[in-house]
Write a protein that binds this ligand. Structure first.
Ligand SMILES: Nc1ncnc2c1ncn2[C@@H]1O[C@H](COP(=O)(O)OP(=O)(O)OP(=O)(O)O)[C@@H](O)[C@H]1O
Ligand SMILES: [Mg+2]
Length: 251
C-alpha cells in the first residue's frame, strides 16, 4: 500500500495504493510505461519498495523470510511479460507440453497419467494441442502467451497474475482468452490480477478496474464505475482520444 519505487533519481511508482479483492478479477489498466510491470514485480517480491508496504494474503512481504516468500510465490500462478529469451517466463529449453507439465510436477503430487491429462486439457483450452512439441523459440508472441497461460491456469492456484495479457494477441484470440480466464476464475474462485493496455480486456474481463498513469492509481473500483468516470485521463483512455493528458512524449 502506498508503494513508492525509485530507480536512482527516477520515481517510477509514486504511492501506488492498489487493493486486489479476493475471488474476483481485477484489471490493472494503463498506458505503456505507467508502472504495471513494476507493480507486479513488487507483488511477486522481486522488487522491494523504496517506501510503503506490499501485502499478499495479509503477509507483509518485507517482514517474512526468504523461505516464507518462496511459499507465498508457490501459491501463485504467474504469466510474466518478459521478452526473448524469457518469453512470458517460459522455460526456454522445454517444449510447450513440458512447460505446462513441469509446473504440475513441481507443485502437485499427481500421477504421471493425471499430469498428462491435465496438461493436454490445458493446451486444448488455449488451442495449442497441435503445437505441443514446439520449443519457445519457435512460437509467435501470442502462442508463447497462450502457453504461459495454459501453464498458469492448469495449476488452479488461488492467486493468478497475468502481466500484459494483450501483447502479441489479435483481438479475436484476446477475446477468446478472456473467456478462458473468466471460466477458470469461476471454476476455482481464484483471485486474478491482469494488467493490460487494452480497454476491451477491461470491459470483457474486469470485476474491478484500477487505472494507473505515471506510477499513480488514477481511478480504482468496480469496473463500471471506473470506466464511466468523468476524470479526464480516464475519459481519454476509455475513448482513445488524441487530445487529453496522455501524449506520446513520456514525462
Ligand atoms: N529495472 C528498472 N530500472 C530502471 N527503470 C525501470 C526499471 N524497470 C522499469 N523501469 C521504468 O519504470 C517505468 C514503468 O515501467 P513498467 O515496465 O512498469 O511499465 P508498464 O506499465 O509495464 O509498461 P508496458 O505496458 O509497456 O509493459 C518505465 O519508465 C521504465 O522505464
Ligand atoms: Mg509491462
Amino acid at each position: 500500500m502506498d508503494v513508492v519505487k525509485e530507480f536512482g533519481s527516477e520515481r517510477v511508482l509514486d504511492g501506488v495504493d492498489l487493493a486486489v479483492p479476493a475471488g474476483a478479477i481485477t484489471v490493472l489498466l494503463g498506458p505503456s510505461g505507467a508502472g504495471k510491470t513494476v507493480t507486479i514485480q513488487h507483488i511477486l517480491g522481486l522488487l522491494k519498495p523504496s517506501a510503503g508496504v506490499v501485502k499478499v494474503d495479509g503477509e507483509d512481504l518485507a517482514a517474512i523470510s526468504e523461505e516464507e516468500l518462496y511459499e507465498v510465490r508457490r501459491g501463485m500462478s504467474v504469466v510474466l511479460q518478459g521478452s526473448l529469451p524469457f518469453t512470458c517466463g517460459l522455460f526456454y529449453s522445454l517444449n510447450v507440453y513440458e512447460n505446462v507439465a513441469y509446473g504440475l510436477r513441481e507443485r502437485t503430487r499427481w500421477s504421471d497419467e493425471r499430469i498428462d491429462r491435465v496438461t493436454k486439457e490445458a493446451l486444448r483450452t488455449v488451442g495449442l494441442q497441435d503445437h505441443a512439441d514446439r520449443m519457445p523459440g519457435e512460437l509467435s508472441g501470442g502462442m508463447a502467451k497462450r502457453t504461459a497461460l495454459a501453464r498458469a491456469l492448469a495449476l488452479k492456484s488461488s492467486i493468478v497474475i497475468i502481466d500484459d495479457l494483450d501483447a502479441g494477441l489479435d483481438s479475436v484470440r484476446l477475446s477468446l482468452l478472456c473467456a478462458v480466464i473468466r471460466d477458470a476464475q469461476e471454476d476455482t474462485d481464484a483471485t486474478v490480477l491482469v494488467t493490460t493496455h487494452d480497454m476491451k480486456v477491461a470491459r470483457d474481463l474486469a470485476d474491478f478496474v484500477a487505472l494507473i498513469h505515471e506510477g499513480r492509481i488514477i481511478a480504482n473500483g468496480e469496473a463500471d464505475a471506473v470506466l464511466g468516470s468523468d476524470e479526464p485521463f480516464v475519459r481519454q483512455f476509455v475513448s482513445g482520444a488524441r487530445s487529453g493528458p496522455l501524449q506520446l512524449r513520456d514525462t
